[in-house]
Each structure stands twice: as structure tokens, then as C-alpha cells.
Design a protein. Structure first.
Length: 292
């Protein structure tokens, strides 16, 4: 899930992992035969704005509980409600500064998308944009935060490590107002060339495809120099408005772009799997991802 506040001052990202694709412990465990996904679970919480927080505590299988409508990882949980909304209860500890992150996030999807997309030629990696457009209410005790905004919720799952199938990908989603949205998904696959998806979701949930426009380079991130790129109309190169996350192998940003003849503001991510599997990045990750 990602969300931005209506006033543009706040944002968040929430990712629940079972078999965390970014876990250095799972990365090593798979090579030693210790590859049970439920032994590598975490809830990544990122708060953007004046009160910044980042959590990704990894937990073993005893901390995981699942039903058809609820996922619990340690003290935090995601619950599908009877009204079709999603409630996330958070109680985590941040890193590298051990600050409490406790609160509620309520997601109200405009509609639910049922279509699943295959990202690789072998059919081992799937993606479903469950709620391309949604409203969100954020209420935190620690830090003290209350805001509303627009949000997005999806799911990725697969049968092999991401780094085995992809070198790099970038993704972005733009809210066009009135529950209408655009999504771009671009991936450099290790086999089978490039993936380029352009999706338009109407306010009623209707899905149409469009040809992704030309690729443009964005400025690298200021700290870790992560490469970034995105697709935009040919004569309107995108630009970075704000860098939300800057890590050795991953970035999340807000970009100004131009798609289908209209200016947009989009949430954007870039992921380098070549960087992720490098020895120097694997050495750094445990400092941000403690294991309990």
C-alpha cells in the first residue's frame, strides 16, 4: 500500500512480506536449504513528512497467523472488514533509531480489480493491483499523526526470488481524480526482454491498456545514487519532485510527468535487483532489518 495526504505534507508505504523478497536472511537461507517462506516475515512501514519513520523487523513462523480475511505478523495485523475496507493495526519499532510506530490505517477501495498480470515469460511472478484507487484515513498515536488522502493497494507473489528473474524495474501510479488512475510497470527481465505495461482504470473499475510511452532517465537518488527512470510522453520528460526513500537498491519518489496528453503527479519506485544481490548491499541490510 502507498498513500499521500490530501495536503501533500505526508505519505506512507506499507508492505507485508511472507518470504520477504528483500530479506538478507532469506537470501542466505535459500542457499542453505532453509527456505520456508513463513520463517521470513515482516511488515515494512515507512512514514514520510515531518515525522519520518522506517520499520522492517523480520519475524519467524511463530509470529505469523493467517485466515481468509486477516494476516497477523507479530504485533501488527491487516484485516479485511465486512464493508470491503482494509484496516491495518500497527505496533512496530523503527530502525535505525528505535522509535515506536503505533496506529491505524483504514483503506476504502473505490473498487476491487480481479485481474492478475504475469510479469515474466515463465509465469513465476504475478502482480495484482487490487485497489488501484482508494481513500485512506491515517491515525497514529506514535508519532502523533492524523490525515486523509488517496491510496493504492496491490499484491505481488512468485515461485522464485525476484533477483533470478529481473535486473531492474520501475513502477508508478497516478491518481487522476474521481477514482480514475494510471499505472505503468516496466521491467528489465533476465530472460525474455522487457516488460512494459500501461494500464488505465476508469472510475467504475473498467480497465483499458495503452502502449507505454518512451522511457526517460530521472536523476539518480542523492545519497545512494540509485538509477531511476520512468515512461512519459515523448516531448515531456518527467522530473523528480521529492525523493521519499533512498536506499542502496530501492527508491520511492514523487514525480511530475505527462501521460496520454495530460500532466500528472505520480508515486514512483525503482528497484535494482543487480544491486540487491551484490555482496556489499547484502552486508548492509541487517542493520536496517533486525530479525526477532
Amino acid at each position: 500500500m502507498d498513500a499521500l495526504s490530501d495536503d501533500g505534507r505526508h505519505g506512507l508505504t506499507l508492505i507485508a512480506f511472507i518470504g520477504s523478497v528483500f530479506s538478507p536472511y532469506y537470501f542466505k537461507g535459500r542457499r542453505r536449504g532453509r527456505d520456508e517462506p513463513s520463517d521470513y516475515c515482516s511488515l515494512n512501514v515507512c512514514l514520510y513528512g515531518k515525522e519520518r519513520r522506517w520499520t522492517m523487523t523480520e519475524r519467524r513462523r511463530h509470529a505469523l497467523a493467517q485466515t481468509a480475511s486477516r494476516l497477523q505478523i507479530g504485533p501488527s495485523a491487516l484485516q479485511w472488514d465486512a464493508d470491503g475496507g482494509l484496516t491495518v493495526e500497527l505496533d512496530e519499532i523503527g530502525t535505525p533509531i528505535p522509535q515506536r510506530v503505533r496506529g491505524l490505517v483504514k483503506l476504502a477501495p473505490a473498487f476491487i480489480n480481479e485481474q492478475v498480470f504475469t510479469l515474466d515469460q515463465a509465469g513465476r511472478h504475478r502482480w495484482r493491483p487490487i485497489a488501484p484507487s482508494a481513500k485512506v484515513e491515517v491515525s497514529f498515536e506514535r508519532p502523533a499523526l492524523n490525515w486523509t488522502g488517496h491510496a493504492y493497494f496491490d499484491r505481488n507473489w512468485g515461485d522464485e526470488p525476484l533477483e533470478d528473474a529481473f535486473r531492474y524495474w520501475d513502477w508508478s501510479r497516478a491518481s487522476l481524480g474521481g477514482d480514475e488512475s494510471l499505472i505503468l510497470y516496466h521491467a528489465d527481465r533476465r530472460e525474455g526482454g522487457r516488460l512494459s505495461l500501461g494500464l488505465h482504470f476508469g472510475a467504475d473499475g473498467g480497465l483499458s491498456h495503452f502502449d507505454a510511452p518512451p522511457d526517460h532517465r530521472l536523476a539518480r537518488t542523492p545519497i545512494w545514487r540509485m538509477p531511476r527512470s520512468s515512461q512519459a510522453d515523448a516531448k515531456h520528460p518527467p522530473r523528480v519532485v521529492k525523493t521519499l526513500e533512498d536506499t542502496p537498491f530501492y527508491s520511492r519518489s514523487v514525480i511530475a510527468s505527462h501521460l496520454q496528453g495530460r500532466p500528472i503527479e505520480a508515486v514512483h519506485e525503482s528497484l535494482s535487483l543487480d544491486r540487491f544481490r551484490s555482496a556489499w548491499v547484502q552486508h548492509l541490510l541487517p542493520y536496517r532489518m533486525p530479525r526477532r
